[in-house]
Design a protein. Structure first.
Length: 179
C-alpha cells in the first residue's frame, strides 16, 4: 500500500492541541487550525493511499507527551469518524421518514387528483388536478435529495476521518545540542 505524507511544522507540541480543552492529554481536541490543515492535506491525497503525519518540532516535548501523540491523534479522529457515522445514520433515518411521509402525501394528492378529474372536465378542474400532481411530487423532493445527493459528503468525510484515525504519526525532534 502506498503512503501519502502530511508535513506539519510546529514550535512546540501543545500547539497541536486546543489549549482551552481541560481534558487529559489523550482526550484533548486538536487545535482547529491544526485539524483543518491535516484534514485539507489528507483530502488532497489519493483515497487508496495510507496516510502518515510527520510533525516537525522546534522544541522537544516531554517524553511522556511525545509517546502519546499518535494515540491522542487516533483517538480524536476516531471520535470524529464516529460522529460522522452517527450523522449519516440520522440522515438515513430522516430520509426513510421523509420518504414514507412523501409517498403517503403523493398517494393522497394523486388520489384527490383522480377524484377531481372524475368530477368534470374544464380548465379549473385541469388546474386543480395538475396542481395536486405537482404538489405531490414536490413533497418527494427532500427524500430524493437525501437518497441521491446528501449522503455522499457525509460518507466521504467519515471515510476520510477513519483514514486519519489509523494514520501513522511521526515526531521529528530538533537535533540534541552538544555541550
Amino acid at each position: 500500500m502506498k503512503t501519502a505524507r502530511i508535513q506539519l511544522r510546529l514550535r512546540e507540541l501543545p500547539q497541536l492541541f486546543n489549549s482551552m480543552d481541560p481534558s487529559p492529554f489523550l482526550d484533548r481536541d486538536l487545535d482547529a487550525d491544526a485539524e483543518e490543515f491535516i484534514v485539507s492535506w489528507a483530502r488532497e491525497h489519493p483515497k487508496d493511499h495510507e496516510l502518515e503525519l510527520t510533525i516537525h518540532l522546534t522544541t522537544p516535548p516531554p517524553a511522556d507527551r511525545a509517546a502519546g501523540v499518535q494515540e491522542a491523534i487516533h483517538h480524536y479522529f476516531s471520535l470524529r469518524a464516529q460522529m460522522k457515522q452517527n450523522e449519516f445514520r440520522q440522515l438515513m433515518r430522516r430520509g426513510r421518514l421523509s420518504l414514507i411521509i412523501g409517498l403517503l402525501f403523493l398517494t393522497g394528492c394523486l388520489f384527490l387528483a383522480g377524484i377531481v378529474a372524475g368530477l368534470g372536465t374544464g380548465t379549473a378542474s385541469d388546474i386543480v388536478r395538475e396542481g395536486l400532481t405537482i404538489v405531490g411530487w414536490v413533497a418527494m423532493w427532500r427524500p430524493l435529495e437525501i437518497y441521491l445527493y446528501s449522503w455522499w459528503p457525509l460518507r466521504d468525510e467519515q471515510r476520510l476521518l477513519a483514514r486519519l484515525a489509523r494514520m501513522q504519526v511521526r515526531l521529528v525532534l530538533p537535533p540534541a545540542e552538544k555541550t
